[in-house]
Design a protein around this ligand. Structure first.
Ligand SMILES: [Zn+2]
Length: 227
C-alpha cells in the first residue's frame, strides 16, 4: 500500500514523519542511502539488466563495478558522502516541483520553507539527468510483459545514481499521473501520494483514521460558543 510504482515518489517520501510530530530522513546517512537503494526494485532491475548486458553493475556510489555482481550485490552497494549530497540535491529539487504540482493545495509540511525556487529546481534536475546519457532498450521476458527501459549508454561510465534518480523524477513530473498527486493532510503526515479514487483525501487508511480522530477531538474540545 505504501509502495509506489514510481521511484520518484519513493525518493520524495524518504522524508517522513517520525511518529512523534517531527520529521525523519531515511537518507540522513550514507548507510541509510545504501539501504534505501538496495530496497528499490527499479534500481535493482536496472542493476541486473546492466550486469547481464554489459558486465557492469550500478552501485550506490554511482560507480560501475565491472565484470561481476561482487561490488554491487555480494557485499551490498557502496555509497559515499559525495553521492549522498548529490542525491539530496535531486530530492530537494523534486520536492520543490511536487509542491508546485499540488498548488494551490498546500505542499508537504516537512520542508516547505526550505525548498529551492521552481526555476532552480528545474535546472538542477535537468543538469543532474544530463550527466548520464541513455539508450532505449526493449526488455521482453518470455513469461512477462514487455518493458521499455532507458539504460546508461555504453560510453556513460561510471553510472551515476543521482542522474538515474533525476531521470526518474523527470519521467514522473512529465508523465500522465501527475494530476493525481496529492500531499497527505493528515496530522503529522508529510507524504506525497497518488490519489486512487475520487474521494481519497489521505495517503493511507491509518492517516484517514488519525485525521478523523483529530476532527472528533476538535469538535468536542472546541471553545464554547456564545448563544
Ligand atoms: Zn498520510
Amino acid at each position: 500500500m505504501t509502495t509506489s510504482r514510481y521511484l520518484a515518489l519513493e525518493l520524495a517520501n524518504t522524508v517522513r514523519h517520525d511518529g512523534n510530530g517531527g520529521v525523519a530522513d531515511e537518507l540522513s546517512s550514507v548507510d541509510g542511502l545504501t539501504s534505501w537503494v538496495a530496497a528499490q526494485e527499479e534500481l535493482k532491475a536496472a542493476e541486473e539488466f546492466t550486469a547481464t548486458g554489459t558486465g557492469a553493475a550500478l552501485t550506490a556510489a554511482g560507480a560501475v563495478a565491472s565484470g561481476s555482481h561482487a561490488a554491487g550485490s555480494a557485499t551490498g552497494p557502496v555509497a559515499d558522502e559525495r553521492v549522498r549530497t548529490q542525491v539530496l540535491a535531486v530530492r530537494a529539487a523534486l520536492r520543490a516541483l511536487l509542491a508546485r504540482a499540488v498548488a494551490p493545495a498546500p505542499p508537504s509540511r516537512a520542508d516547505a520553507d526550505q525548498l529551492p525556487p521552481a526555476d532552480q529546481a528545474l535546472s538542477r534536475l535537468n543538469a543532474a539527468a544530463a550527466r548520464c546519457p541513455v539508450v532505449p532498450l526493449l526488455d521482453w521476458p518470455t513469461d512477462a510483459a514487455p518493458v521499455a527501459r532507458l539504460l546508461p549508454a555504453a560510453s556513460a561510465s561510471p553510472v551515476d545514481l543521482p542522474a538515474v534518480l533525476a531521470r526518474a523524477a523527470i519521467a514522473f513530473l512529465g508523465g500522465p499521473d501527475l494530476p493525481r498527486l496529492r500531499a497527505c493532510t493528515a496530522p503529522r503526515c508529510v507524504r506525497y501520494f497518488l490519489k486512487e479514487h475520487g474521494r481519497q483525501e489521505f495517503c493511507k487508511a491509518s492517516c484517514g483514521n488519525r485525521a478523523r480522530a483529530a476532527r472528533h477531538y476538535r469538535r468536542h474540545h472546541a471553545p464554547p460558543t456564545a448563544n
